[in-house]
Design a binder for this molecule. Sequence first.
Ligand code: DGT
Ligand code: CA
Ligand code: CA
Length: 577
Amino acid sequence: MMPVQNNDIADIFSSIADYLEIEGENPFRIRAYRNAAHSVSGLGPELKDMVAAGDDLKQLPGIGKDLAAKIHEILETGTAQALVKLQKRIPQSVIEMLKLPNLGPKRVRILYKKLNIKTLAQLAAAARKGRISALDGFGQKTEKAILEAVESRAQTQNRFKLATVMPIVDSLIDFLKQVPGVSTVAAAGSYRRSRETVGDLDILVTARKNSPVMRRFLEYDAIDKVLAGGTTKAGVILRSGLQVDVRLVEPASFGAALQYFTGSKDHNIAIRRLGQQQGLKINEYGVFRFEKQVAGRTEKSVYQALDLPLIPPELRENRGEIEAAAENRLPQLVTRKDLKGDLHIHTLASDGRNSLEEMVQAAKQQGLTYIAVTEHSGRLKIAGGLGAKRLMQQIDEIERLNERLKGIQILKGLEVEILEDGSLDLSDSELARLDLVVGTVHSHFNLSLEKQTERILRAMDQPYFSMLAHPTGRKINQRKPYQVDLTRVIHKAAERGCFLELNANPKRLDLTDIYCQMAKAEGVLVSINSDAHSVDAYNDLEFGVGQARRGWLEKKDVLNTRSLSQVRKLLKQTMGS
Ligand code: DGT
Ligand code: CA
Ligand code: CA
């Protein structure tokens, strides 16, 4: 279990308050949870450290005996039984409605209790029929706003971030593997292709004839609702809201099924057409010539039947991968092991949660040989940004620390604010002592395409500018990218010899696959950075690598696959020119 942070505890308390409010509980109890959430999230020290030191939590504002006990419970188990019980009573999809701009718990309660609305789809249907404006406290304006909000979210919001799905997949696969008679369990679909979001999960199973696997799947603990339960195919919705389809396939067809259900659909259509040209029929059961199965036990055999090498799942989008495979020029995609360093991390000095030494040791354990410390610059006050004075202190500290370090070195960096006019938050003479400058847009997201692009290009033209962090600022399902012409940004990076970040945080995954491909085509190196704010965030590098692979990037296309001395040399060219 990952260490529980104060924010996790605060989230659990606010969730409990939301659920209680939807249930129509006593307002005092609801307020107690809201106050506690507020108190915990504003607390300086971590509760886990306070508990370890034996502090009495009841001394904290808004925390009585009951809530103190719940904090202990959350620290020990990662959750509160009170919340688990509520989650069993009220579907997750009802809670989803709270995320709409016009709906708080009071209104969701009315919709749920009076109209029995449990999902966004039911909500939209009721709004279209005018049933919502007929309720007390909802006017026609609200009804229209709700409908618009549901519809604008419909396309993206019911997709789950890859990182959210990963632990769910791991637990489910573990569960299925335990069922007697099961031999193989594999995840297919967009999940296997490492798409940044997953619509539903597709799982394939092979098992002995009399295995109870399909029956046992329906008893899986995390299921909210069974949609269909057959002997070879079942579909359910988990309490998280994620739909899962499980298919039982014959071992002789496993490879064909894996190929088919991995998709993408466009890739499959192209593959099937190629088969037809060679007199082969390809479907989820196998590859057939005149009704005789000629391949399909393994996925490799399916591609082999077409005279193709196995195509990595991340490339299967029908974007030229089949032609590349036919001409034997598939890229050797970058892997996590290829990464030698991380060029964007934070520590306690700005808004990170671990000390510099902790971040260094954790990086070393991850097999990295260098990290660049890149705190926020002074202008970003909410993130404890560093002005020139504190930056110089940190530089001194890093230089001292580097002398003692073995097997890893720290590069001196800064995540510097790009100001509205494209200038940087610190002066050239202040930036000159650094090894790299990572430029970032954290403000004025709403500029026009032309203005935003000009602003960023001007920043890239500054004499000290190494890399553009999270180039579009988007947060998946949460914040749209700001308007920026990345084609021009990539041209500029090529011209200036600077770099683009692929931010590996699974909420960002910014650069996207298409622009990775474009950067590669222009010879611009991409740096896969964790943007870690804590020691466990280095694990996110894996998601960045997944996205890079979808963007056809090879080891040579990625800056931080280079050795420390090569990286130093490349970064030096971006400093003071
Ligand atoms: P998702 O779930 O929206 O994130 O995306 P996928 O790619 O997982 O799509 P899904 O779950 O609808 O279907 C899984 C795979 O099954 C898909 O990638 C390719 C295959 N597939 C589904 N429908 C069709 C179809 O009509 N034709 C072909 N050739 N393949 C299909
Ligand atoms: Ca799927
Ligand atoms: Ca599916």
